[in-house]
Design a protein. Sequence first.
Length: 175
Amino acid sequence: MCMEKTDWEKCVDFHGHSCPGLAIGYRVSLAALDNLDEMRSGDEELVAIVENDACSVDAVMFLTGCTFGKGNFIYRDHGKQVYIFGSRNSNKALRLAVKDKVSEAQEGLDWEARINTILEMPENDLLEIKEIDMELPPRASLYNSVKCAECGETVMEARARVKEGKIVCIPCACK
Ligand SMILES: [Zn+2]
Ligand SMILES: [Zn+2]
């Protein structure tokens, strides 16, 4: 019999292993989509800002459809378990912070038990969810391309530099 994989199993496949961090990202993403009344973002109607680069953010990318390549996944290097989601459809933004008691709840447990604890915890114990005012970043724009006068490779116009009167790419400009 062929069983459809659960969203959690698909997250584990995407991330490469099952871990407590991924479980946090899974819960954060579902809570955000639920509270924002959003579906997975096919285009750029949803924006995610993550304040860490741990395992959890893979679940965020996978479940919300906010990805680095689409420009609607923004990383802020704050080292905090904080996740912000904004919707262009509803103009609503939410800040989700993982509560301290989540690490306390995992104390003394083995790996599997930690994961299950996070997956099964009531949302109120797990997350502090606040609606916030947020200016959503502009949609990704398509830039013209220019050719670097030194290496000959194509570079986005907005990233090109001028060096001794010639248009060059950043690596060539820094040489
Ligand atoms: Zn992991
Ligand atoms: Zn170049």
